[in-house]
Design a protein around this ligand. Structure first.
Ligand SMILES: C[S@@+](CC[C@H](N)C(=O)[O-])C[C@H]1O[C@@H](n2cnc3c(N)ncnc32)[C@H](O)[C@@H]1O
Length: 284
């Protein structure tokens, strides 16, 4: 990515930060299975020192701070000031004292070698500027017997929570095609083996990739889902801004029709697919 694109991407995350904060309770609930997956894969337990890379509005740091307990600690990191502020404010509200905050990018971690037991990233690896450098950095700052573990989205087709709205919009307006499959994007590592290859190139050992199928569930209506998605996603904010005012009700209705089966008895439930890729610093 050229520096201008990088700063545009970070500006977009800065704009997103207030919405990730606004929907923090839903986010924690909807994506909790991803945190559990990371905790299992990275063998996180009481007393450990854990690095969270790209922690957004606070997950998985906030959950992990509870798991490691008072004898352990979490270092939350994110390059976006608005995300760091939101996560730090929430930790303060909860009175958490074993969680620390640093604003930094995954590609250049401001920590000494072998500072942490493990490093994890939930839904952030696909936005790293130089993924191999970032994984190398994560391996550098963990202990010799430590694990790194990243969870990313599987294919768009297996994730209607994300695809339903853009698929409908594309029926109404022309949307520019993505031509670079390696550009930062939610589905950058959706192809099995791609993130595994990155970990191996960075020097990780015993690399394992697991597919995680789960339901994105919350007690919200379609209208609440629509509002949350169109506020939280930079891509959708951009697409919505390009629509003529008279297209909006038609598109919203078409999305409601397409999404009907995911909203039953006041509950939203979308099938979802993620990949968890983990490795060790040294071969077992
Ligand atoms: C989809 S959000 C995920 C946030 C959080 N981990 C969660 O699961 O709720 C992606 C996060 O990656 C962060 N990010 C973007 N570029 C990054 C980079 N170069 N290094 C580390 N994190 C980055 C963003 O600021 C954002 O907070």
């Amino acid at each position: 990515m050229i520096p201008e694109e990088q700063s545009k991407a970070l500006d977009a995350w800065q704009t997103s930060a207030r919405y990730w904060d606004k929907y923090r309770v839903l986010i924690a609930q909807m994506f909790a299975p991803l945190t559990s997956g990371l905790v299992d894969e990275a063998r996180i337990g009481t007393g450990q020192k854990v690095l969270d890379i790209g922690g957004g509005s606070g997950e998985p740091s906030l959950t992990i701070s509870f798991i490691v307990g008072p004898t352990g600690s979490v270092m939350y990191t994110d390059p976006v000031a608005g995300m760091v502020e939101a996560a730090q404010a929430e930790a303060g509200r909860r009175g958490l004292t074993n969680i620390h905050f640093r604003q930094c990018s995954a590609d250049d971690l401001p920590f000494a070698d072998r500072t942490f037991d493990v490093a994890v990233g939930r839904l952030s690896a696909m936005f790293f500027v130089h993924p191999v450098t970032a994984v190398r950095e994560a391996l550098r700052v963990i202990l010799e017997d430590g694990y790194v573990s990243f969870v990313v989205w599987g294919p768009k087709e297996a994730n209607p929570f994300f695809s339903t709205i853009p698929d409908v919009i594309e029926r109404f307006v022309e949307v520019p095609r993505r031509d670079d499959p390696d550009a930062p994007d939610a589905f950058r590592f959706a192809v099995p083996g791609k993130l595994t290859g990155i970990l191996k190139s960075a020097g990780a050992k015993n690399v394992i990739e697991r597919q995680l199928n789960f339901q994105i569930t919350a007690a919200i209506s379609f209208v609440q889902f629509w509002q949350m998605r169109t506020e939280m996603s930079e891509t959708l904010r951009e697409k919505m801004a390009g629509l003529a005012p008279d297209q909006l009700p038609t598109i919203k209705q078409a999305v409601a029709d397409a999404a009907r089966r995911y909203f039953v008895s006041g509950t939203m439930s979308f099938p979802a697919e993620a990949l968890i890729v983990s490795g060790r610093k040294s071969a077992a």
